[in-house]
Write a protein that binds this ligand. Structure first.
Ligand code: PLP
Length: 349
């Protein structure tokens, strides 16, 4: 009844067990500021009466707000049911069967999963040896394969947290004007590098952003920023009404009041520094520019189990001979619990 490849296909999943501290999915779990909560509530109430209608088919109201927010035109935006959906639309719009996408390894797993689903191949460069992105190697590898139609670079990278320098990404974008270069900036708010200029200066670049990592994973809303020709083509494969009315209203309210989220974002950044400093003498911590820190450790499996025993949920990655634990930063008191337990693991308690 189903495609043969589904027999061996497993979609994204994340194990969940009873926990005290949830640090596995890079959500921002800090409390919303009270005034923002009130405004969201108000926006929802206002729009209950419009729930009998379909939402605007291409999310125009939200696009208008984004255009204001970024100082661009609404034709520069596409809105997705999470940026996950945009990853799918990009592959659908750009790749024929048997074409390739290119990613870093490791990187966000949805690129590969989505490509597989559409019978698109996957080419990658392994960064696990010294956790550095060798741009010359990346450019060489892409250059050798004409069938690579889309290059996905998540920066800051998930799961390492490492951000790619602007100039390096510029070099990649300029090297391949005929291919789509996707800058997945899901953690952009936690990072000091602003890549928006690359979209404005190159006709092949899409910047992907999301509300998920700044406290609104539950609304499922992501967006792409690119020149209008790209946006027009992506809309050709977008399902109609893909973003619901309430999601759009919450997203609009968040954008209008973005400054109210600044404290939450800054707190996570300062927690990142605190946690990194406190753990450095015990663990190898990657230099993160995201809302998580990652530990590379041969004992990742047993650290994971130890934390699980203490009801702390983190995410574990196995990559060849390297193992990594990705720990989402949350409330300081939760970070403290993680810290204490990681240190007591090392001390063999
Ligand atoms: C979390 C994440 C996404 C998914 O974002 P949604 O908007 O929740 O679909 C995309 N890219 C990267 C790199 C992520 O870590």
């Amino acid at each position: 009844m189903f495609r043969a490849k589904l027999d061996s296909f497993s979609n994204y999943s994340t194990p969940i067990f009873e926990h005290l501290v949830k640090a596995d999915a890079n959500e921002n779990l800090l409390d919303y500021p009270e005034d923002l909560k009130v405004l969201i509530n108000y926006a929802l109430q206002e729009h209950i009466k419009s729930l009998c209608f379909y939402p605007e088919i291409n999310s125009q109201p939200l696009k208008e707000e984004l255009a204001k927010f970024y100082g661009l035109e609404k034709e520069n935006f596409i809105i997705g049911n999470g940026s996950d959906q945009l990853i799918q639309l990009i592959i659908q719009a750009a790749c024929e069967k048997d074409d390739f996408i290119f990613t870093l390894y490791p990187s966000f797993t949805m690129y590969k999963i989505t490509a597989e689903l559409f019978d698109v191949n996957h080419s990658f460069i392994d960064i696990t040896q010294n956790w550095e992105i060798d741009v010359e190697k990346v450019i060489k590898k892409i250059g050798q394969n004409d069938k690579i139609k889309v290059v996905f670079i998540d920066t800051p990278n998930n799961p390492t947290g490492i951000a790619l320098e602007y100039e390096k990404l510029k070099l990649i974008a300029e090297s391949f004007p005929e291919r789509l270069i996707i800058i997945d900036n899901a953690y952009g708010e936690y990072c000091d590098i602003d890549y928006l200029d690359l979209v404005l200066k190159n006709k092949n670049v899409i910047l992907l952003k999301t509300f998920s990592k700044i406290g609104f994973a539950g609304i499922r809303c992501g967006y792409g920023i690119a020149n209008e020709k790209i946006i027009e083509n992506l809309h050709k494969v977008k399902p109609p009404y893909n973003v619901n009315t309430l999601t759009q209203q919450i997203a609009i309210t968040v954008l209008e009041n973005f400054n109210k989220l600044k404290d939450n974002i800054e707190l996570i950044k300062s927690e990142r520094l605190r946690m990194t400093r406190s753990l450095q003498e015990f663990y190898f911590i990657l230099p993160s520019q995201a809302n998580f820190i990652s530990i590379v450790d041969e004992e990742a499996d047993s650290i994971f189990d130890y934390l699980k025993e203490k009801k702390i949920l983190v995410k574990k990655f196995n990559m060849g001979d390297k193992k990594l634990l990705r720990i989402t930063l949350g409330k300081p008191k939760d970070n403290d619990i993680i810290l204490e337990n990681l240190i007591s693991y090392r001390r063999g308690k």
